[in-house]
Every structure is written in structure tokens, then in C-alpha cells.
Design a protein around this ligand. Structure first.
Ligand code: Z5A
Length: 221
């Protein structure tokens, strides 16, 4: 049973995913639409949050790209089983900050984890739980990294923020490749624009995807 709507947000560092999830969730809640669940990856459950801390501290780096992909996938299996699948079965909107496309992009960026292996891993991990709609917030890596740095202030950088700009440029291309390959699911959003404009592009893509399915959604405008 799956009556809910699964929306994922993807893109590079500082693209504005968390900001836009907050906005969309607030709009949906204000409209008294369905239940809204916001969550993130890696994370979303106590076990997955523990794996997040290990990975982002760089403690699993020596496993290599495929080894890290296995850890992200282990966290994802727990997240799907405990949070995402039950919420979708209840009919909720599930808004998730990063999901499987991040594994394809980040762990696939260096070519160390072969594409076929990542595809197979994704299939067994997701077990049919795929997003209905994915927003790829696209912006030049320099802009996103500068935003992330500004927000961080004196705090330390994590495992992936420490990668060179060239890595982030490959990531950007990987996300755009995914969007080209799956145009039905993916919407590329220009994330350089002001926050309000990005939010409007996201709302209008949701309205286009689910027109007239419930009167509540009409109140988003
Ligand atoms: N990772 C992986 O390798 N494989 C996987 O399978 C998964 C993840 C699932 C998770 O880190 C890391 O794990 C991630 C990929 C890797 N890499 N890193 N680092 P995270 O969750 O801590 O970080 P993140 O996902 O990259 O999120 P972020 O850096 O926090 O960015 P964001 O959520 O996209 O942006 P934001 O927090 O909404 O906004 C950033 C700042 O920009 C903030 O000050 C905003 O006020 C500002 N902002 C937002 N929108 C705008 C606009 N439109 N204009 C100007 N300023 C804006």
C-alpha cells in the first residue's frame, strides 16, 4: 500500500535543499494538506544518524567509494523501513533532503564505484521505494560552497565539503545526467535565484505533478 507522495531534494553543497524543504513543508502544512514528514539522508533514524556521524567525520573514507556507498545504503535501508515506507503507506508527503541520487553522484563521481555496481546496489536497497518527484537544485559549485562556508562560520568542514572544487563540478554534471536520464521524475531548478523564486518553481512543479488531486493543493498559490 503506497498512497503517499515521496519528494526528494538533491544537489551540491549549499544549494538550498534544507531551506526549500522547510518552505514546502510549511506551505503544505498551512494548506492543511496531508501529513508532512521531513527527513534527511544520511540519517532520519537513530541508527542512520550514527552512521551519518561516522561517514561525515571521514572515518569510513578508507573503505573507498563503494565501501562508503554500502554504508550510505545500510543507513538508507533502516530509514526506508522505519520512516519512509510507513509514512507513504499512511498517505503522507515525505520530503527528503538527499536520497539515492546522492549515492549515484557522490560515490560515482570518481568512477571508483562502477556504475553497474551502484545501480545494482540501488535496486536492492530501495526495494521499490522510489521518489515520485526529485528536485535537483542546480548551481555553480563555487556559489554553493561559498554559501555553505558563510553559514558554517567557524565550524569545521565535513568529509565531502573538503573535496576540491573540481570534484564538486563533476558532481554537478552527475546530477544533471540523472535529470536527463529520468525527466519524468526529475526537475532541474536554478538554485542561484533568490530563495522565493526557487520556492515558487518548486511549488509550481508540485502543482503540475498533482493537479486537482485535492482541493488543499490549490491553496498553495
Ligand atoms: N552524501 C553522499 O556522499 N552520499 C549519499 O548517498 C548521501 C549523502 C545521502 C551530507 O551532508 C553529505 O553526505 C553531503 C553528501 C554526502 N555532502 N556534504 N557535505 P549535509 O546533509 O550536512 O550537507 P548538504 O546536504 O550538502 O547540505 P547543506 O550544505 O546543508 O546545503 P543545503 O541544505 O542544500 O543548503 P541550505 O542549508 O538550505 O542553505 C545553505 C545556505 O545558503 C544557508 O545559509 C541559506 O540561508 C543560504 N541559501 C539558501 N538558499 C539560498 C538562495 N536561493 N540564495 C541565497 N542564499 C541561499
Amino acid at each position: 500500500m503506497r498512497n503517499g507522495r515521496f519528494i526528494t531534494f538533491e544537489g551540491g553543497e549549499g544549494a538550498g535543499k534544507s531551506t526549500q524543504i522547510r518552505r514546502l513543508a510549511a506551505a503544505l502544512r498551512a494548506a492543511h494538506a496531508r501529513e508532512v514528514v521531513t527527513t534527511r539522508e544520511p540519517g532520519g533514524t537513530p541508527l542512520a544518524e550514527r552512521l551519518r556521524a561516522i561517514i561525515l567525520a571521514g572515518k569510513a573514507r578508507d573503505l573507498g567509494d563503494f565501501g562508503e556507498a554500502l554504508l550510505f545504503s545500510a543507513a538508507r535501508i533502516d530509514h526506508i523501513d522505519r520512516i519512509i515506507r510507513p509514512a507513504l503507506a499512511r498517505g503522507a508527503y515525505v520530503l527528503c533532503d538527499r536520497f539515492a541520487d546522492s549515492t549515484r553522484a557522490y560515490q560515482g563521481a570518481r568512477g571508483g564505484a562502477g556504475e553497474n555496481m551502484l545501480t545494482t546496489l540501488e535496486r536492492v536497497t530501495l526495494d521499490g521505494v522510489r521518489p515520485d518527484l526529485t528536485f535537483i537544485l542546480d548551481l555553480p559549485p563555487e556559489v554553493g560552497l561559498a554559501r555553505a562556508e558563510k553559514r558554517r562560520g567557524q565550524g569545521g568542514i565535513d568529509r565531502f565539503e573538503g573535496e576540491a572544487v573540481a570534484f564538486h563540478a563533476v558532481l554537478r554534471e552527475k546530477f544533471l545526467e540523472i535529470a536527463r536520464a529520468e525527466p519524468e521524475r526529475c526537475r532541474v531548478i536554478d538554485a542561484v535565484k533568490p530563495e522565493e523564486d526557487v520556492a515558487e518553481a518548486i511549488f509550481s512543479a508540485c502543482r503540475e505533478k498533482w493537479p486537482h488531486t485535492s482541493t488543499e493543493e490549490k491553496k498553495w498559490a
